[in-house]
Design a protein around this ligand. Structure first.
Ligand SMILES: N[C@@H](CCC(=O)N[C@@H](CS)C(=O)NCC(=O)O)C(=O)O
Length: 202
């Protein structure tokens, strides 16, 4: 029984959900939606993506979707059981969604890809925050194999699509190679079938 994921594969959140499915060997289908259409609003009352459909169950918010998939389907467990390990994973999922997405995707990648208005001054002003965020991830990854410890977790699957998009921008292309541990982790992530099988080639 496959699940249905609504949204374009170029979205980092959609890619995260696809990566979870691939890691757990859950068959999935991707279906795009017309943004803001009545069909979209019936799936997601705030007109965002992704949305998951599993049998008769509809769910939005990628954090809820990925946790649900991990709980309901067998296979690789992407949420640690040990409370502190789980707390670190949750810390990083929130950090990526609340801080990294804003700086790296909303304010850098979308304008650079022509999907939001481009203001070079704003992009230049973003650099200290971008470097700070890359530095925090790098220092964390200097002490552990994955972002929240020694186990691949949902946090890695939220972070990797964002770093992958940042690396395609001139700013990210210049900055990321200076962070050795982040580069090592990203290289490992990019070798995983879940990365290769979810590549939207934007
Ligand atoms: N908190 C939401 C965020 C979803 C989100 O913002 N998705 C973006 C695409 S990556 C979107 O729908 N953007 C359209 C918009 O902001 O109108 C989640 O985790 O699912």
């Amino acid at each position: 029984m496959s699940v249905l994921i609504y949204g374009p594969p170029a979205s980092t959140y959609v890619r995260t959900v696809c990566m979870v499915c691939i890691e757990k060997r859950i068959p999935y289908e991707l279906k795009d939606v017309e943004f803001g259409s009545s069909n979209h609003m019936s799936l997601h009352p705030f007109a965002r993506i992704p949305v998951l459909k599993h049998r008769d169950f509809l769910l939005f918010e990628s954090s809820a979707i990925t946790r649900y998939l991990d709980q309901v389907f067998e296979g690789l467990q992407l949420q640690p059981e040990e409370p502190r390990a789980l707390a670190l994973m949750n810390q990083w999922v929130s950090t990526v969604n609340d801080y990294y997405y804003e700086v790296m995707i909303r304010d850098l990648v979308l304008p650079r890809l022509g999907l939001a208005p481009l203001d070079e001054k704003k992009i230049e002003a973003l650099r200290p925050r971008l470097e700070h965020q890359l530095g925090v991830a790098d220092r964390t990854l200097a002490n552990s194999t994955f972002i929240a410890g020694e186990q691949l977790t949902l946090a890695d699957l939220f972070l990797a699509p964002i770093i992958g998009q940042v690396m395609k921008t001139p700013e990210g292309g210049r900055a990321v190679p200076g962070y050795d541990s982040l580069v090592r982790w990203m290289r490992d992530m990019m070798e995983r079938p879940s990365w290769q099988g979810s590549d939207a080639r934007l």
